[in-house]
Design a binder for this molecule. Structure first.
Ligand SMILES: Cc1cc2nc3c(=O)[nH]c(=O)nc-3n(C[C@H](O)[C@H](O)[C@H](O)COP(=O)(O)OP(=O)(O)OC[C@H]3O[C@@H](n4cnc5c(N)ncnc54)[C@H](O)[C@@H]3O)c2cc1C
Ligand SMILES: *[C@@H]1O[C@H](CO)[C@@H](O)[C@H](O)[C@H]1NC(C)=O
Ligand SMILES: *[C@@H]1O[C@H](CO)[C@@H](O)[C@H](O)[C@H]1NC(C)=O
Ligand SMILES: *[C@@H]1O[C@H](CO)[C@@H](O)[C@H](O)[C@H]1NC(C)=O
Ligand SMILES: *[C@@H]1O[C@H](CO)[C@@H](O)[C@H](O)[C@H]1NC(C)=O
Length: 596
């Protein structure tokens, strides 16, 4: 009897996908596929590839399991965002940002199974159809168009009722939703704030259109946000894809606490990269694993370009200056980094908001206890944002004179997100009493582009991250416009009897100059970096990966599947687009290797 079957009789789980916490525990060094990073995209790819029982998949993740002492910060919807700065965050920091008055800002990324999908704010927004159509145009591959991706969109996500079964009729469109493992839902607890947002829309439908389902391909207007929450728990890539695969299959292994330090070049021309070098810390022993088919890099917009450059794949001169042997000269690795900004403005509320609840530790503890026992209550049904709006600059805006950076005329330049409490900007002192509401203004279509570079040849030193925020007049001008547009929105009669005085710093925003100064003082990242390994047309010398996501420059055996491939900042929120790209990527890989 094969050993595995014997175990199956005794101790079934041991025969299923194994989880290892150190490289020396693995008994095999050869797999068909090696997926680098158990993040948002990596979990999808690993899960889909392992559907075929004839292939063996190894997933290598630098971070930790998602059942550690920080698990509540992952699982409890109400605590979304609280994983930042803990053991499940890489804790990166940007360079001093000239556009942000010289501030260096924290740059969180998930260091845990599920990657950033385990620490993000859970907003599920696919963006406008034009975003995908632009991706298809930029890559020359119609397979990336909105219409042609529908199958993968439906494979990814499934809309479910909020935990309390509140009727969500009219708040989303069932026709826009599929049958995938990732769960999404609208809030279980709409607030008075949200009712006032909806009232403003019905009073001014021309100016502020209601969009019943922001995930229908029409990404403009206002509506109910869908969050990656189901049954009162965060639905991360790990929970939706990786755990079910590990729990039911024998052909997938996961190696945690282990960083891929570089790809090793083999083959006559030295351009095949199907082996990976790993280590648990800077001084630790190095190990090697080999993929007989492909290595899939899903280490994210920071990790992926870092690994490529450590492997000699990137801008030749820069790598040689650090003492790294250049293998493939691809100047766009790490170039083009784009991200979006968020800026909070706050008002006093004349009715009770979540501020009262949040300043009452007994109430908060009771809610957390209720979640722990029953996965119900306010902690189960609400993240930070219930309602949101995507808007454009006026068509005659001088900011659009030199071109429109949005994906098309139905794509947003900026966004409002409504929060039922005081959302402080980073390091901004928050009032301890009173009831407050906030609106976060995000820049959707930045034109600033920065870069990611290696600090040294050590894989364990954080790279140099420069998103170059607000380095164009379009970006800062759009934010100034957005703040004024927000004040106009709040001047509608629906807000009478609800909105009180603005917070003093907001009350002082009387001129464009004052708004610009406020933005440069307080804006931070909305945590959506992309484009550090961007896709481009087959014949295009620029770019890092081909339309099928295989590495360019004559390299063999490596595909990049994560947020780094997007050529432009994605409209809205990137996780949905990352999931969709990963679903199609897995299908492309299966096609390449004739796997079902
Ligand atoms: C705090 C926060 C809030 C956000 N809020 C939202 C939101 O509300 N909605 C939304 O759509 N998007 C949001 N985002 C962005 C979104 O989560 C990301 O764009 C998306 O998850 C990125 O997916 P990815 O697969 O590219 O990378 P990730 O999910 O980050 O996965 C990369 C994985 O690779 C691992 N890794 C990296 N380097 C190595 C290495 N050398 N060796 C081994 N493993 C490695 C990492 O540990 C990680 O697990 C947020 C992000 C953050 C950080
Ligand atoms: C935590 O999760 C890991 C990975 O899924 C698993 O191997 C381990 O057994 C879990 N530990 C506990 C205490 O459940
Ligand atoms: C991030 O910082 C926190 C707080 O200092 C620390 O506990 C955690 O270990 C750090 N994360 C990593 C991956 O080092
Ligand atoms: C919601 O509906 C589901 C499925 O019908 C049911 O199992 C659950 O108990 C309901 N929850 C509440 C709070 O009514
Ligand atoms: C959990 O639900 C049960 C049954 O409805 C209820 O009796 C109990 O009080 C709840 N627990 C908490 C902590 O709210």
């Amino acid at each position: 009897m094969p050993l595995c079957l014997l175990f199956l009789l005794l101790l079934a789980p041991h025969c299923l996908g194994s989880v290892f916490t150190a490289p020396e525990q693995l008994t095999s060094t050869k797999y068909d596929f090696i997926v680098v990073g158990a993040g948002t995209a990596g979990c999808v790819v690993a899960s889909r590839l392992s559907e075929n029982p004839t292939v063996k998949v190894l997933v290598i993740e630098a971070g930790v399991a998602d059942n550690t002492t920080e698990a509540d910060l992952i699982n409890i919807p109400f605590l979304a965002g609280q994983g930042i700065g803990t053991t499940i965050d890489w804790n990166y920091t940007t360079t001093n940002q000239a556009g942000l008055n010289g501030r260096a800002i924290p740059y969180p990324r998930g260091f845990v199974m599920g990657g950033s999908s385990s620490i993000n704010s859970m907003i599920y927004f696919r963006g406008p159809s034009e975003d995908f159509d632009r991706l298809a145009a930029a890559s020359g591959d119609p397979g990336w168009s909105w219409e042609n991706l529908q199958r993968f969109i439906f494979m990814n996500e499934r809309h479910v009722a909020p935990w309390n079964n509140r009727s969500n009729a009219g708040e989303y469109d069932p026709r826009a939703h599929g049958h995938g493992p990732l769960l999404s839902s609208v809030t279980a607890d709409p607030f008075e704030l949200d009712r006032r947002v909806i009232q403003t829309l019905s009073d001014h439908p021309e100016k502020y259109p209601f969009n019943m389902d922001l995930n229908s391909g029409n990404g403009l207007g206002f509506g109910w946000i869908q969050s990656t929450v189901g049954n009162g728990v965060r639905s991360s890539a790990s929970r939706a894809y990786l755990h079910p695969a590990l729990d039911s299959r024998t052909n997938i292994d996961l190696l945690l606490h282990t960083q891929v330090t570089r790809l090793i070049s083999t083959g006559a021309a030295g351009s095949t990269f199907t082996s990976v070098e790993v280590a648990q810390s800077a001084g630790a022993t190095k190990f090697e694993f080999t993929a007989t088919k492909e290595v899939i890099l899903s280490a994210g917009s920071i990790g992926t370009p870092q690994i490529l450059m450590l492997s000699g794949i990137g801008p030749k001169n820069e790598l040689e200056a650090l003492g790294i042997i250049s293998r493939i000269d691809l100047p766009d690795v790490g170039a083009n980094l784009q991200d979006q900004t968020i800026l909070s403005l706050q008002w006093e509320a004349k009715v009770e908001t979540l501020s009262s609840f949040l300043s009452d530790p007994a109430a908060v503890n009771a809610a957390l206890a209720q979640w722990t026992e029953n996965k119900t209550g306010i902690a189960a049904g609400t993240s930070l944002v219930n309602t949101i709006g995507f808007l454009r600059l006026p068509e005659d805006s001088p900011l659009l004179k030199s071109g429109d950076p949005a994906a098309g005329s139905n794509s947003a330049h900026f966004e409002f997100a409504f929060l039922n409490t005081f959302l402080p900007n980073a390091d901004q002192p928050a009032p301890l009493t009173g009831n407050w509401v906030s609106a976060a203004v995000t820049l959707q279509s930045p034109t600033s582009r920065g870069s990611l570079k290696l600090r040294s040849r050590s894989a364990f030193e954080h790279p140099i991250i420069d998103p170059a925020f607000y380095t164009t007049s379009f970006d800062i001008g759009t934010v100034v416009h957005a703040v004024k547009a927000l004040r106009e929105f709040f001047s509608a009669s629906a807000w009478d009897g609800f909105l009180g005085s603005p917070f003093p710093a907001v009350a002082a925003l009387n001129t464009d100059e004052a708004i610009e100064a406020y933005a440069r003082t307080w804006a931070t990242t909305v945590k959506h970096p992309v484009s550090t390994a961007k896709i481009s047309k087959i014949a295009d010398k620029a770019g890092v990966v081909s339309p099928n996501l295989l590495l360019k420059g004559g390299a063999n055996g490596v595909r990049v599947v994560d947020a780094s491939i997007f050529p432009f900042a994605v409209a809205g929120y990137p996780q949905a687009e990352v999931y969709i790209v990963a679903e199609r990527a897995a299908a492309l890989i299966k096609e390449t290797w004739s796997l079902k």
